[in-house]
Design a protein around this ligand. Structure first.
Ligand code: SF4
Ligand code: SF4
Ligand code: SF4
Length: 276
């Protein structure tokens, strides 16, 4: 009799802590729905939900385009939380999105084998890889979300998955809720960092694209100006100069024709009747 009561008490205590951790975060309740959903997602940015990151998936849920059960890293826990936020019943994880990956992982680069091609660096959604072209690359372990997106592009298969490994040792029933609260706090900390890095990376990519587009437009405009200068319109400065030059040439030729006794017809050719 006492045991079930104690377990129920533990669970309530645990949930009040967990809900408090999420709900009391600064300004969460005042944010748009998509951001409140995003705040519940794990921020692995792996794309397994069929969207290019957690925020795009949150937007799709908020607009009713996507179901709430497409995030394997979030699992049942995240489904329950989103269902509660939306006032809906939880549903099981969609098996079409389930990769069967049970544990949290990070990756490690075998630096001896790395050829510095930088393909992994471009693939990482949270900038957790550092390196420069033709130089060794390495993973910032604390920033890696375990999305595995860098593995497939590596041409020499030198990126390896490692389990982060939460402590497997059994803990007392009283300590379990505390451990869960601490683990949740750590998950939130990592998720916040991953969200920030993902957002900054996307802003950087967008800014570079805009700069590239701006340079392309400026080059095009410069080419158009050059073409216009090469083909002057009637009445333009360039056309007037050409007309002045042609008139001067005509005067010289006419003078020369008078001097030589030939007839200048204004065409730039001398009169063939004079054999010139
Ligand atoms: S963690 Fe992966 S599957 Fe889950 S919402 Fe984010 S991008 Fe989608
Ligand atoms: S290092 Fe690889 S596994 Fe880690 S976050 Fe970046 S792309 Fe994902
Ligand atoms: S993709 Fe592989 S070889 Fe290329 S830089 Fe990354 S780890 Fe090195």
């Amino acid at each position: 009799m006492l045991k079930p009561l104690r377990q129920a008490g533990d669970t309530m205590l645990q949930w009040s802590f967990l809900l408090g951790l999420t709900a009391s975060r600064p300004g969460v309740r005042d944010r748009p729905l998509e951001e409140r959903i995003d705040a519940l997602l794990p921020q692995t940015q792996c794309g397994q939900c069929d969207y290019p990151g957690c925020l795009p998936y949150a937007r799709a849920i908020a607009s009713g385009e996507a179901e709430i059960n497409q995030c394997p890293p979030g699992g049942e826990r995240t489904i329950r939380r989103i269902a509660r936020l939306l006032g809906r019943k939880p549903v099981p994880l969609n098996p079409a999105h389930d990769d069967g990956k049970a544990s949290t992982t990070v990756v490690r680069i075998d630096e001896e084998q790395c050829i510095g091609c930088a393909l992994c660096l471009k693939a990482c959604p949270v900038d957790a890889i550092v390196g420069a072209p033709r130089l060794m690359h390495t993973v910032i372990r604390d920033e890696c979300t375990g999305c595995d997106l860098c593995i497939e592009p590596c041409p020499v298969d030198c990126i390896h998955v490692e389990t982060t490994g939460e402590p497997a040792a059994p803990v007392s029933p009283l300590a379990a809720p505390i451990r869960e609260v601490l683990a949740e706090a750590e998950r939130l900390r990592r998720a916040d960092r991953a969200r920030l890095r993902f957002r900054r990376r996307n802003e950087r990519i967008t800014r570079r694209e805009q700069e590239r587009e701006q340079r392309r437009r400026e080059k095009k405009a410069a080419r158009t100006v050059l073409r216009k200068e090469a083909l002057p319109e009637p009445g333009s400065d360039h056309a007037s100069k050409q007309a002045v030059i042609q008139a001067a040439v005509a005067r010289v030729r006419a003078r020369r024709a008078r001097r030589d006794g030939t007839v200048y017809d204004g065409s730039g050719r001398s009169d063939p009747r004079n054999g010139t």
